[in-house]
Design a binder for this molecule. Structure first.
Ligand SMILES: [Zn+2]
Length: 279
């Protein structure tokens, strides 16, 4: 138990409202680089602005957040009742041949830097679902992830694997504590949430939406956390393709197999013409 005092409710509320507002700005690049096909279901404006996060609604001085660069501006779900497993579920969908690498359970002092080095070498941007308690312990490393242009998302405060059985109050605390930790450390208001172990309940989904975030799962799970061997992780990841969300881990234990697998998978996927995008 870290004993950290919770933030005043008014400030929290303001942060959530900001997050919700940011989500409401559905947006896409105004540069018109992306055709709007496939998005007929929603009444999209013809000129769409890149989503902007305005994190300073209170008089309290807070860090000025830099909106994460993204090759594809995320938007919204047609329904928040089901976690997103494929990029095409999002509206508008990403450009063809997009793929997303998500990395969970960090930051970790040994493995996160290795993952970051590899991503930098390959010029790949990823989406990190981070744990509040880890952020508290490694704030500098957390900022390094953000500063490298990767996306920072909420993966709860303590990673309770039984979250689907927890009370509304407990789930809310997990979400809010991680949110505040991430926002205070990086100036970023997370727009995406992943439940520990992909365990969702109606309560978890409702609170995810209530706090202005979209629920994210994955399409490809190499079970790298179980250390099945580099070859096994590599083969599973290479099954992924256009529109898939890949799941990997930089926290929770020895991730040397994950790093080794990614080292060969990333260039192979790029050779296939796939582009790694953040959510
Ligand atoms: Zn996790």
């Amino acid at each position: 138990m870290d004993g950290a005092a919770p933030s005043p409710p008014s400030r929290r509320r303001a942060l959530w409202l900001m997050g919700a507002a940011a989500l409401g700005v559905t947006g896409l690049a105004a540069d018109g680089a992306r055709p709007a096909e496939g998005s007929a279901a929603s009444a999209e404006p013809t000129v769409r602005a890149r989503p902007v996060i305005h994190p300073t609604p209170t008089p309290t001085p807070t860090p000025t957040p830099t909106p994460r660069p993204a090759s594809w501006g995320p938007a919204k779900l047609t329904s928040t009742e089901t976690p997103v497993r494929e990029l095409t579920t999002l509206s508008p969908p990403p450009p063809p041949k997009s793929i997303a690498l998500t990395i969970d359970d960090g930051p970790h002092p040994e493995w996160t830097p290795r993952v970051l080095d590899l991503l930098a070498e390959e010029n790949v941007r990823a989406t990190f679902f981070i744990i509040g308690e880890q952020v508290k312990e490694y704030p500098v490393l957390t900022r390094r992830i953000a500063d490298a242009g990767h996306q920072i998302c909420n993966h709860t405060e303590t990673h309770p694997i039984d979250i689907a059985d927890l009370s509304t109050k407990r789930v809310r605390q997990e979400i809010v504590d991680a949110h505040d930790r991430i926002a205070d450390t990086t100036g970023i208001v997370p727009r995406f949430f992943r439940s520990p172990g992909g365990a969702w309940s109606d309560t978890v989904l409702e609170l995810t939406a209530e706090h202005g975030m979209l629920p994210i799962d994955w399409a490809v799970d190499p079970r790298d956390w179980a250390r099945p061997g580099t070859g096994s992780i590599r083969r599973a990841l290479l099954e992924g393709g256009d529109g898939d969300i890949l799941l990997c881990h930089d926290g929770g234990g020895d991730r040397s197999q994950t790093v080794a697998a990614l080292r060969s998978v990333l260039p192979k996927m790029k050779k296939r013409g796939l582009t790694f995008v953040t959510l």
